[in-house]
Design a protein around this ligand. Sequence first.
Ligand code: SF4
Length: 469
Amino acid sequence: MQRVGRERKVGFACIRHQLKRAAGRTGQGAVMGSKNLKAVALRGSQSLSVKHPEKLLEITRRQYDYARRTKIFEITKRWSNLFAWVVNNEREGIVVRNHRSNYFPEGYGHIDVDIFLEKYSEKMLACQQCAMHCQHRFTIKEGPYKGVMGEGPEWIAPVLFGAFAGNTEWDKALMCFEKTNRYGIDSLTYGLYQGWLMDIYDRGLLSKEATGGIDFNWGSAEAMEKLPELINKGEGLGKVISHGAEEAIKHLGPETGEFLYRCGRGLTNEPVNDRILRATCLGDQTSNRGNDHLRGRCNLEFMGLPADVLSKIIGRPTNPDPYAWDTKAFFAMWQQNLNTMSDCLGLCKFWTQWFAPDLFGFEQPLEVINAVTGWNMTKEELWTISERGWNMEKMFNVRDGEDRRHDTPPKIFFEPIKEGARKGLCLEPDKWNALLDEYYELRGWDKNGIPRPETLKRLKLDKEPSHIL
Ligand code: SF4
Protein backbone atom coordinates (compact mmCIF):
# COMPACT_ATOMS: atom_id res chain seq x y z
CA MET A 1 0.00 0.00 0.00
CA GLN A 2 1.28 3.44 -0.88
CA ARG A 3 2.30 5.49 2.13
CA VAL A 4 2.30 9.22 1.94
CA GLY A 5 4.84 11.68 3.30
CA ARG A 6 2.36 12.85 5.88
CA GLU A 7 2.04 9.45 7.50
CA ARG A 8 5.79 8.98 7.44
CA LYS A 9 6.06 12.37 9.19
CA VAL A 10 8.46 13.54 6.48
CA GLY A 11 9.66 16.99 7.53
CA PHE A 12 8.46 18.47 4.25
CA ALA A 13 5.15 16.62 3.87
CA CYS A 14 2.26 18.79 2.66
CA ILE A 15 -1.43 19.07 3.30
CA ARG A 16 -2.80 18.14 -0.12
CA HIS A 17 -5.83 19.22 -2.07
CA GLN A 18 -6.51 17.90 -5.58
CA LEU A 19 -3.59 16.53 -7.60
CA LYS A 20 -1.32 19.51 -7.24
CA ARG A 21 -2.62 22.04 -4.72
CA ALA A 22 -0.71 21.95 -1.46
CA ALA A 23 0.00 23.76 1.76
CA GLY A 24 3.65 22.91 1.51
CA ARG A 25 7.19 23.83 2.33
CA THR A 26 7.26 23.73 6.13
CA GLY A 27 5.84 20.35 6.96
CA GLN A 28 2.23 20.97 7.96
CA GLY A 29 1.55 17.47 6.62
CA ALA A 30 3.98 16.05 9.17
CA VAL A 31 2.03 17.83 11.91
CA MET A 32 -1.14 16.14 10.65
CA GLY A 33 0.73 12.84 10.57
CA SER A 34 1.90 13.28 14.15
CA LYS A 35 -1.74 13.65 15.21
CA ASN A 36 -2.80 10.70 13.04
CA LEU A 37 -5.09 13.11 11.24
CA LYS A 38 -5.85 11.80 7.73
CA ALA A 39 -7.94 14.60 6.27
CA VAL A 40 -10.06 17.62 7.03
CA ALA A 41 -13.44 18.02 5.32
CA LEU A 42 -15.73 21.00 5.74
CA ARG A 43 -19.38 21.46 4.87
CA GLY A 44 -21.38 24.58 5.59
CA SER A 45 -25.05 24.53 6.53
CA GLN A 46 -25.77 28.25 6.81
CA SER A 47 -25.89 30.96 4.22
CA LEU A 48 -23.54 33.94 4.20
CA SER A 49 -24.99 37.31 5.00
CA VAL A 50 -23.88 40.25 2.90
CA LYS A 51 -24.63 43.78 3.99
CA HIS A 52 -24.85 45.30 0.50
CA PRO A 53 -25.49 42.44 -1.96
CA GLU A 54 -26.22 44.58 -5.01
CA LYS A 55 -23.16 46.68 -4.46
CA LEU A 56 -21.09 43.54 -4.01
CA LEU A 57 -22.39 42.17 -7.31
CA GLU A 58 -21.49 45.40 -9.09
CA ILE A 59 -17.99 45.46 -7.59
CA THR A 60 -17.37 41.80 -8.35
CA ARG A 61 -18.49 42.18 -11.97
CA ARG A 62 -16.40 45.29 -12.45
CA GLN A 63 -13.26 43.80 -10.91
CA TYR A 64 -13.72 40.52 -12.71
CA ASP A 65 -14.18 42.25 -16.09
CA TYR A 66 -11.17 44.41 -15.42
CA ALA A 67 -8.94 41.45 -14.51
CA ARG A 68 -10.02 39.51 -17.59
CA ARG A 69 -8.82 42.35 -19.80
CA THR A 70 -5.31 42.51 -18.31
CA LYS A 71 -2.33 41.28 -20.30
CA ILE A 72 -1.24 38.92 -17.54
CA PHE A 73 -4.62 37.21 -17.69
CA GLU A 74 -4.11 36.38 -21.37
CA ILE A 75 -0.56 35.19 -20.72
CA THR A 76 -1.46 33.02 -17.75
CA LYS A 77 -4.41 31.23 -19.29
CA ARG A 78 -2.17 30.01 -22.11
CA TRP A 79 1.21 29.49 -20.48
CA SER A 80 0.28 29.37 -16.78
CA ASN A 81 3.16 30.81 -14.77
CA LEU A 82 5.57 28.69 -16.84
CA PHE A 83 6.32 31.93 -18.69
CA ALA A 84 8.38 32.87 -15.62
CA TRP A 85 10.74 29.97 -16.35
CA VAL A 86 11.72 31.61 -19.64
CA VAL A 87 11.96 35.11 -18.14
CA ASN A 88 13.97 34.08 -15.10
CA ASN A 89 16.37 31.87 -17.04
CA GLU A 90 17.04 34.70 -19.51
CA ARG A 91 17.79 37.21 -16.77
CA GLU A 92 19.93 34.70 -14.86
CA GLY A 93 17.52 34.71 -11.98
CA ILE A 94 17.52 30.95 -11.44
CA VAL A 95 19.91 28.58 -9.72
CA VAL A 96 21.54 25.87 -11.84
CA ARG A 97 23.16 22.66 -10.57
CA ASN A 98 22.83 23.64 -6.93
CA HIS A 99 24.23 27.18 -7.27
CA ARG A 100 27.05 26.40 -9.68
CA SER A 101 25.60 28.95 -12.14
CA ASN A 102 22.46 30.96 -12.89
CA TYR A 103 21.72 30.29 -16.54
CA PHE A 104 20.75 27.04 -18.27
CA PRO A 105 21.29 27.41 -22.03
CA GLU A 106 21.56 23.65 -22.53
CA GLY A 107 17.85 23.43 -21.75
CA TYR A 108 16.90 25.37 -24.88
CA GLY A 109 15.22 23.21 -27.49
CA HIS A 110 14.58 20.53 -24.85
CA ILE A 111 12.91 21.72 -21.68
CA ASP A 112 11.17 24.70 -23.32
CA VAL A 113 7.69 25.91 -22.45
CA ASP A 114 6.54 25.59 -26.07
CA ILE A 115 7.56 21.94 -26.11
CA PHE A 116 5.58 21.38 -22.92
CA LEU A 117 2.50 23.02 -24.47
CA GLU A 118 2.78 20.98 -27.63
CA LYS A 119 3.71 17.58 -26.26
CA TYR A 120 2.27 17.35 -22.76
CA SER A 121 -0.45 19.88 -21.99
CA GLU A 122 -3.98 18.60 -22.55
CA LYS A 123 -6.08 21.43 -21.22
CA MET A 124 -6.10 24.34 -18.79
CA LEU A 125 -7.65 24.02 -15.34
CA ALA A 126 -8.80 26.51 -12.73
CA CYS A 127 -9.77 26.49 -9.08
CA GLN A 128 -13.48 26.69 -8.44
CA GLN A 129 -15.04 29.89 -9.81
CA CYS A 130 -11.75 31.38 -10.99
CA ALA A 131 -11.54 32.66 -14.55
CA MET A 132 -7.75 32.59 -14.69
CA HIS A 133 -7.23 28.87 -15.58
CA CYS A 134 -3.63 29.04 -14.48
CA GLN A 135 -2.59 25.40 -14.53
CA HIS A 136 -2.28 22.60 -17.06
CA ARG A 137 -3.48 19.00 -17.02
CA PHE A 138 -0.61 17.10 -18.60
CA THR A 139 0.11 13.55 -19.72
CA ILE A 140 3.31 11.89 -20.83
CA LYS A 141 2.23 10.11 -23.98
CA GLU A 142 5.20 7.96 -24.89
CA GLY A 143 8.47 6.54 -23.64
CA PRO A 144 9.33 4.91 -20.31
CA TYR A 145 7.01 7.20 -18.34
CA LYS A 146 4.05 6.87 -20.69
CA GLY A 147 0.78 7.38 -18.84
CA VAL A 148 2.11 9.66 -16.10
CA MET A 149 -0.55 12.30 -15.64
CA GLY A 150 -0.63 15.36 -13.43
CA GLU A 151 -1.51 19.00 -12.94
CA GLY A 152 0.60 22.14 -12.99
CA PRO A 153 3.53 22.40 -13.29
CA GLU A 154 4.47 25.79 -11.90
CA TRP A 155 7.53 27.50 -13.36
CA ILE A 156 9.68 26.33 -10.52
CA ALA A 157 9.27 22.70 -11.68
CA PRO A 158 11.50 23.05 -14.78
CA VAL A 159 13.93 24.97 -12.57
CA LEU A 160 14.14 22.35 -9.82
CA PHE A 161 13.68 19.20 -11.86
CA GLY A 162 15.49 20.66 -14.85
CA ALA A 163 18.22 23.26 -14.31
CA PHE A 164 18.83 22.64 -10.60
CA ALA A 165 19.24 18.90 -11.25
CA GLY A 166 21.17 19.36 -14.51
CA ASN A 167 18.37 17.65 -16.46
CA THR A 168 17.26 18.77 -19.93
CA GLU A 169 14.32 16.39 -20.42
CA TRP A 170 10.67 17.23 -19.73
CA ASP A 171 9.77 13.54 -19.35
CA LYS A 172 12.06 13.07 -16.38
CA ALA A 173 11.15 16.42 -14.84
CA LEU A 174 7.39 15.74 -15.05
CA MET A 175 7.74 12.16 -13.83
CA CYS A 176 9.69 13.26 -10.75
CA PHE A 177 7.47 16.29 -10.06
CA GLU A 178 4.40 14.10 -10.28
CA LYS A 179 5.82 11.49 -7.91
CA THR A 180 6.40 14.13 -5.24
CA ASN A 181 2.82 15.32 -5.63
CA ARG A 182 1.41 11.78 -5.38
CA TYR A 183 3.44 11.05 -2.28
CA GLY A 184 2.36 14.31 -0.66
CA ILE A 185 5.85 15.72 -0.25
CA ASP A 186 6.73 19.31 -1.01
CA SER A 187 8.16 19.34 -4.52
CA LEU A 188 10.17 22.52 -3.90
CA THR A 189 11.97 21.25 -0.81
CA TYR A 190 12.40 17.81 -2.36
CA GLY A 191 13.99 19.30 -5.48
CA LEU A 192 16.46 21.26 -3.37
CA TYR A 193 17.59 18.13 -1.54
CA GLN A 194 17.82 16.17 -4.78
CA GLY A 195 20.06 18.82 -6.39
CA TRP A 196 22.21 18.93 -3.27
CA LEU A 197 22.69 15.14 -3.30
CA MET A 198 23.67 15.26 -6.99
CA ASP A 199 26.11 18.06 -6.22
CA ILE A 200 27.86 16.28 -3.35
CA TYR A 201 27.91 13.05 -5.40
CA ASP A 202 29.65 14.96 -8.18
CA ARG A 203 32.13 16.41 -5.67
CA GLY A 204 32.96 12.95 -4.34
CA LEU A 205 31.36 13.64 -0.95
CA LEU A 206 28.59 11.07 -1.42
CA SER A 207 29.63 7.56 -2.38
CA LYS A 208 27.66 5.10 -4.47
CA GLU A 209 27.62 2.86 -1.44
CA ALA A 210 25.89 5.61 0.55
CA THR A 211 23.27 6.05 -2.17
CA GLY A 212 22.44 2.34 -2.05
CA GLY A 213 23.95 1.85 -5.51
CA ILE A 214 21.83 4.54 -7.18
CA ASP A 215 23.47 6.74 -9.78
CA PHE A 216 23.28 10.34 -8.55
CA ASN A 217 25.06 12.02 -11.44
CA TRP A 218 23.51 15.27 -12.67
CA GLY A 219 20.21 14.59 -14.40
CA SER A 220 20.17 10.91 -13.41
CA ALA A 221 16.82 9.33 -14.29
CA GLU A 222 17.48 6.60 -11.74
CA ALA A 223 17.90 9.11 -8.91
CA MET A 224 14.85 11.12 -9.96
CA GLU A 225 12.74 8.00 -10.10
CA LYS A 226 13.95 6.27 -6.94
CA LEU A 227 14.53 9.07 -4.43
CA PRO A 228 10.83 10.01 -4.06
CA GLU A 229 10.06 6.30 -3.66
CA LEU A 230 12.70 5.93 -0.94
CA ILE A 231 11.14 8.86 0.92
CA ASN A 232 7.75 7.25 0.54
CA LYS A 233 9.03 3.97 1.95
CA GLY A 234 11.16 5.63 4.63
CA GLU A 235 14.30 3.87 3.40
CA GLY A 236 17.91 4.67 2.50
CA LEU A 237 18.72 8.19 1.36
CA GLY A 238 15.01 8.96 1.36
CA LYS A 239 14.95 8.44 5.10
CA VAL A 240 18.16 10.46 5.52
CA ILE A 241 16.67 13.62 3.99
CA SER A 242 13.20 13.18 5.47
CA HIS A 243 13.97 14.80 8.78
CA GLY A 244 15.52 18.03 7.70
CA ALA A 245 18.83 19.56 6.79
CA GLU A 246 20.59 19.20 10.14
CA GLU A 247 19.83 15.49 10.41
CA ALA A 248 20.86 14.87 6.79
CA ILE A 249 24.17 16.71 7.24
CA LYS A 250 24.84 14.86 10.47
CA HIS A 251 24.34 11.58 8.62
CA LEU A 252 26.27 12.41 5.45
CA GLY A 253 29.10 14.38 7.03
CA PRO A 254 29.69 18.02 7.99
CA GLU A 255 31.65 18.68 4.78
CA THR A 256 28.43 18.16 2.79
CA GLY A 257 26.66 20.92 4.72
CA GLU A 258 28.62 23.64 2.96
CA PHE A 259 26.68 22.88 -0.20
CA LEU A 260 23.19 22.73 1.30
CA TYR A 261 22.18 26.37 1.10
CA ARG A 262 19.84 27.47 3.87
CA CYS A 263 18.40 30.77 4.96
CA GLY A 264 18.87 32.13 8.47
CA ARG A 265 15.81 30.26 9.73
CA GLY A 266 17.33 26.97 8.57
CA LEU A 267 14.91 26.39 5.71
CA THR A 268 16.48 25.30 2.42
CA ASN A 269 16.82 28.38 0.22
CA GLU A 270 14.60 28.53 -2.87
CA PRO A 271 16.35 28.06 -6.26
CA VAL A 272 16.24 31.71 -7.27
CA ASN A 273 19.18 34.06 -7.62
CA ASP A 274 17.98 36.62 -5.07
CA ARG A 275 21.44 38.05 -4.49
CA ILE A 276 20.92 40.27 -7.53
CA LEU A 277 17.61 41.70 -6.24
CA ARG A 278 17.61 43.90 -3.17
CA ALA A 279 13.93 44.22 -2.18
CA THR A 280 13.22 40.63 -3.19
CA CYS A 281 16.11 39.28 -1.17
CA LEU A 282 15.11 41.33 1.87
CA GLY A 283 11.44 40.36 1.56
CA ASP A 284 12.24 36.66 1.12
CA GLN A 285 14.85 36.40 3.86
CA THR A 286 12.84 38.26 6.51
CA SER A 287 9.74 36.14 5.87
CA ASN A 288 8.46 34.60 9.04
CA ARG A 289 8.59 30.97 7.99
CA GLY A 290 11.98 31.25 6.28
CA ASN A 291 12.97 32.09 2.69
CA ASP A 292 9.52 32.40 1.22
CA HIS A 293 8.38 33.61 -2.20
CA LEU A 294 4.75 33.54 -1.08
CA ARG A 295 5.36 36.12 1.64
CA GLY A 296 8.20 38.36 0.60
CA ARG A 297 9.04 37.96 -3.07
CA CYS A 298 8.86 41.34 -4.83
CA ASN A 299 8.08 40.23 -8.37
CA LEU A 300 7.53 43.80 -9.56
CA GLU A 301 11.19 44.54 -8.84
CA PHE A 302 12.48 42.73 -11.91
CA MET A 303 9.81 43.61 -14.44
CA GLY A 304 11.53 46.73 -15.73
CA LEU A 305 8.64 49.00 -14.73
CA PRO A 306 9.06 52.77 -15.18
CA ALA A 307 9.81 54.55 -11.89
CA ASP A 308 6.53 56.48 -11.85
CA VAL A 309 4.46 53.32 -12.41
CA LEU A 310 6.23 51.36 -9.68
CA SER A 311 6.15 54.32 -7.28
CA LYS A 312 2.42 54.76 -7.78
CA ILE A 313 1.79 51.10 -6.97
CA ILE A 314 4.00 51.08 -3.87
CA GLY A 315 2.70 54.48 -2.74
CA ARG A 316 6.17 56.03 -2.31
CA PRO A 317 9.04 56.95 -4.65
CA THR A 318 10.59 53.58 -5.46
CA ASN A 319 13.72 52.89 -7.46
CA PRO A 320 12.92 50.29 -10.16
CA ASP A 321 16.59 49.33 -10.58
CA PRO A 322 16.81 45.84 -9.02
CA TYR A 323 20.47 46.38 -8.07
CA ALA A 324 19.87 49.70 -6.31
CA TRP A 325 19.75 49.67 -2.50
CA ASP A 326 17.68 52.80 -1.87
CA THR A 327 13.91 52.60 -1.26
CA LYS A 328 14.02 48.79 -1.11
CA ALA A 329 13.23 48.40 2.57
CA PHE A 330 9.77 49.89 2.19
CA PHE A 331 9.22 47.96 -1.05
CA ALA A 332 9.85 44.67 0.82
CA MET A 333 7.57 45.68 3.69
CA TRP A 334 4.82 46.74 1.26
CA GLN A 335 5.03 43.36 -0.45
CA GLN A 336 4.92 41.43 2.81
CA ASN A 337 1.92 43.43 3.99
CA LEU A 338 0.09 42.96 0.69
CA ASN A 339 0.70 39.22 0.89
CA THR A 340 -0.43 39.09 4.52
CA MET A 341 -3.67 40.79 3.47
CA SER A 342 -4.16 38.15 0.73
CA ASP A 343 -3.59 35.38 3.24
CA CYS A 344 -6.00 36.91 5.77
CA LEU A 345 -8.71 37.16 3.10
CA GLY A 346 -8.02 33.85 1.37
CA LEU A 347 -7.34 35.79 -1.82
CA CYS A 348 -5.22 34.06 -4.47
CA LYS A 349 -1.93 35.91 -4.93
CA PHE A 350 -2.12 35.37 -8.67
CA TRP A 351 -4.84 38.03 -8.63
CA THR A 352 -2.71 40.63 -6.86
CA GLN A 353 0.19 42.94 -7.48
CA TRP A 354 2.42 40.26 -6.08
CA PHE A 355 2.08 38.68 -9.52
CA ALA A 356 1.63 41.56 -11.97
CA PRO A 357 1.44 45.36 -11.83
CA ASP A 358 -2.02 45.68 -13.36
CA LEU A 359 -3.71 43.34 -10.89
CA PHE A 360 -5.10 44.08 -7.42
CA GLY A 361 -3.49 46.00 -4.57
CA PHE A 362 -5.16 46.97 -1.30
CA GLU A 363 -7.99 49.03 -2.86
CA GLN A 364 -9.97 46.33 -4.65
CA PRO A 365 -10.22 43.87 -1.72
CA LEU A 366 -11.09 46.83 0.51
CA GLU A 367 -14.12 47.63 -1.66
CA VAL A 368 -15.29 44.04 -1.27
CA ILE A 369 -14.72 44.00 2.51
CA ASN A 370 -16.82 47.13 2.97
CA ALA A 371 -19.64 45.90 0.72
CA VAL A 372 -19.80 42.56 2.56
CA THR A 373 -19.58 43.94 6.09
CA GLY A 374 -21.08 47.39 5.78
CA TRP A 375 -17.96 48.82 7.43
CA ASN A 376 -16.13 51.92 6.28
CA MET A 377 -12.69 50.47 6.62
CA THR A 378 -9.91 52.65 5.20
CA LYS A 379 -6.83 51.55 3.32
CA GLU A 380 -4.72 52.63 6.32
CA GLU A 381 -6.73 50.36 8.60
CA LEU A 382 -6.32 47.43 6.21
CA TRP A 383 -2.58 48.13 6.10
CA THR A 384 -2.47 48.10 9.90
CA ILE A 385 -4.31 44.77 10.03
CA SER A 386 -1.68 43.31 7.68
CA GLU A 387 1.09 44.74 9.84
CA ARG A 388 -0.57 43.19 12.87
CA GLY A 389 -0.68 39.80 11.19
CA TRP A 390 2.98 40.02 10.25
CA ASN A 391 4.03 41.05 13.74
CA MET A 392 1.92 38.40 15.39
CA GLU A 393 3.70 35.71 13.39
CA LYS A 394 6.99 37.36 14.21
CA MET A 395 6.28 37.17 17.93
CA PHE A 396 5.91 33.41 17.74
CA ASN A 397 9.39 33.31 16.22
CA VAL A 398 10.75 35.70 18.85
CA ARG A 399 9.28 33.51 21.56
CA ASP A 400 11.35 30.68 20.10
CA GLY A 401 14.57 32.69 20.38
CA GLU A 402 14.72 34.34 16.98
CA ASP A 403 16.64 37.56 16.32
CA ARG A 404 18.63 39.37 13.63
CA ARG A 405 20.80 36.33 12.86
CA HIS A 406 17.74 34.59 11.47
CA ASP A 407 17.27 37.25 8.77
CA THR A 408 20.62 36.39 7.17
CA PRO A 409 20.74 35.01 3.63
CA PRO A 410 22.92 31.99 2.83
CA LYS A 411 26.66 32.69 2.70
CA ILE A 412 26.82 32.14 -1.05
CA PHE A 413 24.72 35.29 -1.62
CA PHE A 414 27.69 37.33 -0.36
CA GLU A 415 30.03 35.67 -2.87
CA PRO A 416 30.34 37.26 -6.34
CA ILE A 417 28.59 35.50 -9.21
CA LYS A 418 31.30 33.67 -11.13
CA GLU A 419 30.07 33.92 -14.72
CA GLY A 420 27.48 35.37 -17.07
CA ALA A 421 26.00 38.82 -17.52
CA ARG A 422 25.70 39.36 -13.73
CA LYS A 423 29.31 38.32 -13.08
CA GLY A 424 30.70 39.97 -9.94
CA LEU A 425 27.33 40.91 -8.44
CA CYS A 426 26.56 39.85 -4.89
CA LEU A 427 25.22 41.17 -1.61
CA GLU A 428 27.66 43.48 0.13
CA PRO A 429 27.59 42.92 3.92
CA ASP A 430 27.62 46.64 4.85
CA LYS A 431 24.83 47.51 2.47
CA TRP A 432 22.82 44.46 3.45
CA ASN A 433 23.12 45.37 7.14
CA ALA A 434 22.11 48.97 6.46
CA LEU A 435 19.09 47.74 4.48
CA LEU A 436 18.12 45.45 7.35
CA ASP A 437 18.44 48.35 9.83
CA GLU A 438 16.18 50.48 7.62
CA TYR A 439 13.64 47.65 7.35
CA TYR A 440 13.59 47.12 11.13
CA GLU A 441 13.09 50.85 11.67
CA LEU A 442 10.14 50.90 9.25
CA ARG A 443 8.63 47.91 11.03
CA GLY A 444 9.14 49.50 14.44
CA TRP A 445 11.61 46.82 15.53
CA ASP A 446 14.89 47.26 17.39
CA LYS A 447 18.35 46.68 15.88
CA ASN A 448 18.10 43.02 16.77
CA GLY A 449 14.90 42.59 14.79
CA ILE A 450 12.59 42.42 17.81
CA PRO A 451 9.33 44.42 17.75
CA ARG A 452 9.56 47.34 20.18
CA PRO A 453 6.98 47.53 23.02
CA GLU A 454 5.44 50.68 21.49
CA THR A 455 5.01 48.87 18.17
CA LEU A 456 3.18 46.01 19.84
CA LYS A 457 1.04 48.53 21.68
CA ARG A 458 0.21 50.46 18.49
CA LEU A 459 -0.83 47.19 16.83
CA LYS A 460 -2.80 46.12 19.92
CA LEU A 461 -0.54 43.10 20.30
CA ASP A 462 0.92 44.00 23.69
CA LYS A 463 -1.53 41.69 25.44
CA GLU A 464 -1.37 39.03 22.73
CA PRO A 465 -0.03 35.88 24.39
CA SER A 466 2.25 34.34 21.73
CA HIS A 467 5.37 36.01 23.08
CA ILE A 468 4.66 35.25 26.71
CA LEU A 469 3.48 31.67 26.31
S1 SF4 B 1 -5.33 32.20 -10.39
FE1 SF4 B 1 -5.40 31.39 -8.31
S2 SF4 B 1 -7.55 30.92 -7.90
FE2 SF4 B 1 -7.28 31.14 -10.12
S3 SF4 B 1 -6.91 29.06 -10.89
FE3 SF4 B 1 -4.92 30.01 -10.50
S4 SF4 B 1 -4.38 29.39 -8.40
FE4 SF4 B 1 -6.59 29.03 -8.67
